[in-house]
Design a protein around this ligand. Structure first.
Ligand SMILES: [Zn+2]
Length: 221
């Protein structure tokens, strides 16, 4: 098991870790700040012991916790038992936390409008968050309203918490006032940190609709 420091402090971008195992260029650490792809959220980018990480895999399954395996772009010169520095790209992490939080809010705003439409996928990268819904309704009809609602909600500076489940430490919750869902990703602690975002709608065919969330950097703050 790799201790996931990004659960206790989502803003931490560097830590020391002890190398637990090395297999060619795959490394396992005792603890980490480096998020590995999970729940639609992309992995961080960064280095371990100064060597670039090219892939991060969380080997945990739904029922069994497992270590995070980091694939480095070269065989490391450190050995098992060494202490190494883990460092991640801060801007990328922050952008992902902002968009990930916005994705949760948009999900709730959409289902508040449309009733219990099914979510069939979501993905968060540094430049874009997206959610796919199964619905025959053209989401362009509500896109602008949802965007306005999101903007207002962001400006209202709502606090956000992420916590472990009381009965199962492997389950984590994201909570923003009345909104609460299971999620083990990384998020900002207050909606104001999301900043100005805009929504786009795409039809994916056969009753599938996508909402994309992107930063609106040109907007006047
Ligand atoms: Zn989340």
């Amino acid at each position: 098991m790799t201790k996931k420091l990004f659960h206790s402090d989502q803003y931490q971008t560097m830590c020391q870790a002890i190398v637990q195992s090395i297999q060619d260029n795959i490394v396992v650490l005792d603890q980490t700040v480096f998020f590995a792809f999970s729940g639609g959220q992309e992995s961080d980018t960064g280095t371990i012991g100064g060597i670039e990480v090219i892939n991060a895999t969380d080997t945990s399954t739904k029922d069994t916790p497992g270590p995070i395996e980091y694939e480095l772009n070269t065989t490391p010169d450190f050995i098992v038992g060494d202490t190494v520095t883990v460092s991640i790209d801060e801007k990328r992490r922050q952008d992902i936390m902002r968009l990930h939080t916005a994705v949760h809010l948009v999900y709730y705003f959409v289902i508040e409008r449309l009733g219990d439409v099914e979510i069939i996928g979501s993905h968060i990268s540094q430049g874009k968050g997206r959610i796919d819904f199964e619905t025959e309704i053209n989401l362009n009809e509500i896109r602008e309203d949802i965007q306005d609602q999101l903007k207002t909600y962001i400006q209202q500076e709502h606090d956000i918490q992420t916590l472990a489940d009381e009965s199962d430490q492997n389950i984590r919750w994201w909570e923003c006032e009345d909104y609460k869902m299971m999620c083990a990703g990384t998020h900002v602690q207050n909606t104001k940190e999301i900043g100005i975002v805009k929504l786009k709608r795409k039809n994916l065919g056969s009753g599938k609709e996508r909402i994309e969330i992107i930063f609106d950097e040109k907007a006047i703050q």
